[in-house]
Design a protein around this ligand. Structure first.
Ligand SMILES: Nc1ncnc2c1ncn2[C@@H]1O[C@H](COP(=O)(O)OP(=O)(O)OP(=O)(O)O)[C@@H](O)[C@H]1O
Ligand SMILES: [Mg+2]
Length: 291
């Protein structure tokens, strides 16, 4: 099992209840996308799973242990088994790309090797091979502040790959990439999690990418699980309800609407009813199902 949450809640210091009654289980090697409107609690949930925030209530098990009962050394080792991909990677701007990638294994290496890797790159070939999967092999010795936001985001994913974790957590990992690159990067992430049989739990802004790449979807709304279903059972009605606070408009990655004939009768009926934006989104979603 990758993780299990039972009745978990999170109340922030200011008294705001960001998460409540969360029960989700992720099996070993399973892939789940979490979607939901802005402020639903996706990042908060990923922080709980990455063991950077402690839940206010409920039971949390990550990679077979209750992390908050572990002594400091074991907690560090557990964190080294979790590869977190942040929306904006927390990489010091002056760091070189190679150092940022090698930092993925700092938690696993003995102190002497970790220290050495900061002074002299200890595994240039390994870092370069990882970066090549994101078409960035030629940027290995660049400083991170010379990269675009999208390039930096891919370096963040490469760093998590290099870490070789047992569980991937990804918080909007491709939000800074254009549609083609986002699709390719997500494909790499899915392939890597399959190859390693590592669980993958990713929050995604773009509903179409979630439906395309993940066999199971958790819909989060106002800090609660609205649904947790196999992708084939996530209806357009459920999706509209999830994004009701945003006018029922589903965020997608695609910049251009797909041709209307892809969408079927439901979308056409909505187009006739005057909800053109929604219809276009439903068409996009229908056209990416089952790919
Ligand atoms: N440290 C904090 N203190 C108080 N409230 C917080 C804190 N962090 C997050 N929140 C609140 O918790 C709620 C959930 O935030 P979170 O960042 O998890 O949402 P999200 O689903 O990731 O949103 P987005 O899609 O915009 O990234 C929001 O209302 C946010 O304002
Ligand atoms: Mg967020």
């Amino acid at each position: 099992m990758a993780f299990e949450l039972q009745g978990v809640g999170l109340t922030h210091g200011n008294g705001f209840r960001a998460l409540q009654r969360i029960s989700i289980r992720l099996g070993r090697g399973e892939r789940v996308a979490v979607i939901g409107p802005s402020g639903a609690g996706k990042t908060s949930l990923i922080r709980l799973l990455g063991v950077t925030t402690r839940p206010s209530e409920g039971r949390l098990n990550v990679l077979g242990t209750n992390p908050w009962q572990l002594p400091a050394g074991e907690l560090r080792r557990l964190r080294a088994r979790i590869g977190t991909i942040h929306q904006a990677p927390p990489i010091p701007p002056r760091l070189r790309v190679i150092t940022a990638i090698l930092a993925g294994r700092l938690g696993q290496w003995p102190a002497w090797k970790a220290l050495l890797s900061l002074l002299y790159p200890v595994d240039i070939a390994g870092a370069q091979a990882t970066l090549a999967r994101f078409d960035l092999a030629d940027r290995l010795f660049d400083r991170c502040d010379r990269l675009s936001g999208g390039q930096l985001q891919r370096v963040g994913i490469a760093r998590a790959f290099y870490q070789e974790p047992d569980l991937f957590l990804a918080d909007e990992p491709v939000s800074a990439l254009d549609p083609a690159l986002a699709d390719a990067a997500l494909g790499e992430l899915v392939a890597e999690s399959e190859r390693r049989r590592a669980g993958l739990f990713a929050s995604l802004h773009a509903v179409d990418l979630a439906l395309k790449w993940f066999p199971r979807i958790v819909g989060l709304r106002a800090g609660e699980v609205a649904f947790d279903l196999p992708t084939g059972e996530v209806s357009n009605g459920l999706l509209r309800e999830l994004y009701a606070a945003e006018g029922g408009v589903l965020p997608t990655q695609a910049s251009e609407p797909a041709p209307l004939h892809d969408g079927g009768a439901m979308a056409e009926a909505m187009a006739e009813s005057g909800d053109g934006t929604l219809a276009a989104n439903v068409v996009r979603l229908d056209s990416c199902r089952g790919r």
